[in-house]
Design a protein around this ligand. Structure first.
Ligand code: NAD
Ligand code: USQ
Length: 410
């Protein structure tokens, strides 16, 4: 298939682009490299030394003989996006290109507005460009499990059968997201569903859980292909953060009681889920929703798993309960369905399958790059404006600044 990966320089997107290319698909990447800019503005960096995109793509070409085309630009720029889609003529567009951090979206008004504009406008542009130039193309859109929040009933895959005053219907599952970022995904979901309904587009909305891990078969081929491994309080996700904290002997930062339960998946399953969605497209006019995670854990369970994996490697690490900076339930019911991708053939990698050892080892390998001041949370949901130690609030200013056209300056 011809598959265009929007956000292909990012954590999930890079691993996915390589996997799809390795499995024989013709792949292109669209990215503005804005995520590298946000890291720079926030004074944080991935633990792993990721290479500029031209080096990444050249290394992939040299190792495998496979070419991945690159379109450099912003998906909120409709003319750019439309011309990329027209020239590549994809069978499927995988849309990862959004601001994806909940704490980032809660810094202040500017970051909340920026997150929603970037995400909602980008997705609207994708929908309009597909409608105008590629109406049969299948959109595989990354949503998030956090759209649902933590209701006191089972979470279905996108839709729920309701009986009300003696009548029945199947309706979109109610959404109670916990940040302006998660809300942006809810707005996207409504827009995608609406476009399928009125224009007959075909889409799969993948409500992905928290992703962990950094290694895939393709990324392991060469150091030049190394993927992101974020651990800072803004972009680091909880399991990745705990592994890096354990590697340097920092107490594991459990927010509140630690009963917050979420769905999780290995990045090797992310890439496979995307391929399964692409290979089994939605019908014209259909907006399918899959819950994309493989196991659920509470934050405290994860901390204990990391603690015992670290102990096996001879490292003693404590668990520290910090007041949660978020407004979230610290103990709650959580049971989310996730069978549709399994039905399509997903064979999950489980956290218990020694992944923690390998994650801890990677974290230990790059521990000289760890900035311990990135561990403690600084963005508080209760404040309308958060002052961060190193926050350079350039968001809202033109982001064209120092980006070379091919990202090589990054
Ligand atoms: P990431 O920040 O590592 O990658 C996102 C990429 O998109 C970056 O390379 C960035 O430069 C690019 N981008 C952002 N806005 C853009 C724009 N307007 N134009 C062009 N490029 C743009 O994020 P990720 O962790 O790879 O997440 C990818 C997607 O998956 C996001 O939509 C996120 O919401 C979703 N998701 C991620 C996780 C997770 O745990 N990482 C979990 C669930 C869902
Ligand atoms: N948490 C801690 N300690 C930490 C970091 C986080 O206890 O040091 C807690 C948080 O309070 C939260 C849970 O861990 O209860 C998950 O936090 P997270 O930062 O790992 O994940 P989240 O903010 O939900 O966002 C991440 C990705 C986002 C994606 C989402 C999937 O950044 O792009 O959409 O996971 S989901 O959680 O299913 O919505």
């Amino acid at each position: 298939m011809k598959i265009m990966v929007l956000g292909g320089d990012g954590y999930c997107g890079w691993a996915t682009a390589l996997y799809l290319s390795a499995t024989g698909h013709t792949v292109s990447i669209v990215d503005s490299f804005v995520r590298r800019l946000w890291d720079h503005q926030l004074g944080v960096q991935t633990l792993t030394p990721i290479r500029p995109i031209p080096e990444r793509l050249e290394a992939w070409r040299d190792l495998t003989g496979r070419n991945i085309a690159l379109f450099t630009g912003d998906v909120t720029d409709y003319d750019f996006l439309a011309s990329a889609i027209r020239s590549f003529e994809p069978d499927a567009v995988v849309h990862f290109a959004e601001q994806r951090s909940a704490p980032y979206s809660m810094i202040d008004r500017k970051h909340a507005v920026f997150t929603q504009v970037n995400n909602v406008v980008g997705t609207l542009n994708v929908l309009f460009a597909l409608r105008e130039f590629c109406p049969d193309c299948h959109l595989v859109k990354l949503g998030t499990m956090g759209e649902y929040g933590t209701p006191n009933i089972d979470i279905e895959e996108g839709y729920i059968a309701i009986e009300h005053n003696g009548r029945k219907d199947v309706l979109p599952y109610p959404k109670q997201p916990g940040s302006f970022y998660h809300l942006s995904k809810v707005h996207d979901s409504h827009n995608v569903l609406f476009a399928c309904r009125i224009w007959g587009l075909r889409a799969t909305d993948l409500n992905q859980g928290v992703v962990y891990g950094t290694v895939t078969d393709e990324i392991e081929l060469d150091e030049a292909l190394i993927n992101r491994f974020d651990y800072d309080e803004i972009f680091g996700t909880v399991l990745n953060r705990f592994c890096i904290q354990a590697a340097v002997g920092h107490p594991l930062t459990v927010y509140g009681k630690g009963g917050q339960t979420r769905g999780y998946l290995d990045i090797r399953d992310t890439v496979r889920c995307i391929e399964l969605a692409c290979l089994n497209p939605a019908a014209s006019g259909e907006c399918r929703v899959y819950n994309q995670f493989t196991e659920q854990f509470s934050v405290l369970e994860i901390a204990r798993l990391v603690q015992s994996a670290a102990r096996k490697l001879g490292r003693k690490v404590d668990i520290q309960h910090l007041p949660t900076p978020r407004i979230e339930a610290e103990q709650h019911y959580y049971h989310a369905k996730h069978s549709k991708l399994i039905d399509l053939g997903l064979r999950p990698h489980l956290l218990s399958e020694s992944l923690l050892d390998s994650l801890l080892n990677i974290a230990a390998r790059y521990q000289h790059r760890v900035d311990r001041t990135s561990f403690l949370p600084q963005v508080d949901w209760r404040k309308a404006r958060n002052e961060r130690r190193r926050l350079d609030s350039m968001i809202g200013e033109p982001i064209a600044l120092a980006l070379a056209a091919d990202g090589s300056a990054l």
